[in-house]
Design a protein around this ligand. Structure first.
Ligand SMILES: [Zn+2]
Length: 294
């Protein structure tokens, strides 16, 4: 059983009251077979957020072999969000697995420990920087195109995001990364229209996909249509968008996801004809820093 030992103070009152000492959590394997047993340790964390539901920390995880992972620990301290955590775990380890490292963070594992009546869950994944500071309609055209592609890719693999707002988008090397899949659901994307900037907004039914429709609307790419499906878009900034990218979305969605592919999104997809969206480069400092420091 792989364990994650958190040997430092977590500034989360709800957790520290009940578990003042080191926390040792065991890895959960709901959707994939167990890997080799390891002991991972966390010796220091930096608080990102302590919200009403989750405590989120940036942490360096030291693996058994000495490798270090620049990680985010998303902890449900009360056990009240176990179902949401398991839903997110399912996204990372089933349909969304092929998108890890591109549109999704690398996922390091789900760990749990029972404290009293509560099952404390910790999701560990790649740290992908700060949330977007701008709303979607304020992004430059390059990032808008890439974000549409990232979400369309998620849909192409059979999932909605379910909470698609700037706070749940990170940018790594100029490529958007989607996080927080607690509300993600299975999805068969019916997208059947290109986005032509400045044209009248279609209805979600005409467009074929509610979540992508809402995203394009938030990006301010359409003129308000009739009937309006959301409140009037307060933004009217005209964003030039690379139409080829949007054609690409339609083409890739039309192919649909492979149920057998796994591994790297880019490599596998290019093999089965659905092409590569992009390949964002990893921060080279995220691994081996412990080794190089020793
Ligand atoms: Zn869709």
């Amino acid at each position: 059983m792989t364990t994650l030992s958190i040997n430092c103070e977590l500034r989360c009152d709800r957790l520290m009251k009940r578990a003042p000492g080191a926390l040792v959590l065991e890895r959960v394997y709901d959707y994939e077979p167990p890997v080799a047993e390891e002991e991972w340790t966390v010796n220091a964390v930096e608080t990102i957020q302590t919200g009403p539901r989750f405590c989120v920390f940036r942490a360096q995880i030291i693996r058994s072999d000495g490798d270090a992972l620049d990680a985010v620990l998303k902890i449900d301290p009360t056990g009240e969000c176990e179902a949401a955590c398991k839903n997110e775990l399912k996204v990372y380890q089933t349909k969304g697995k092929v998108l890890q490292g591109t549109a999704l963070p690398e996922f390091y594992g789900c760990f749990q420990v029972r404290i009293g009546a509560a099952m404390v869950t910790c999701l560990a994944m790649e740290y992908c920087g700060e949330p977007l500071k701008k709303d979607f309609d304020e992004l430059d055209s390059d990032l808008i195109g890439k974000l549409l592609i990232a979400v369309a890719a998620l849909h192409g693999w059979g999932l909605t995001h379910g909470d698609l707002y700037p706070r749940n988008v990170r940018v790594v090397n100029e490529h958007p990364v989607l996080i927080d899949f607690e509300s993600s659901e299975s999805h068969t994307c019916g997208l059947r229209m290109q986005v032509i900037q400045g044209t009248t907004m279609p209805t979600p039914e005409e467009y074929g996909c509610t979540e992508l429709h809402h995203l394009v609307w938030r990006m301010g790419l359409w003129e308000p249509g009739s009937p309006l499906c959301y409140q009037n878009n307060p933004y009217s900034k005209k964003t030039q968008i690379h139409s080829a990218l949007l054609r690409y979305i339609l083409i890739k969605i039309a192919f649909g996801p492979s149920r057998t592919s796994s591994g790297s999104y880019g490599r596998k997809q290019s093999q089965n004809g659905r092409g590569i969206i992009w390949s964002r480069k990893r921060n080279s400092c995220s691994k081996n820093s412990a080794k190089s420091a020793s």
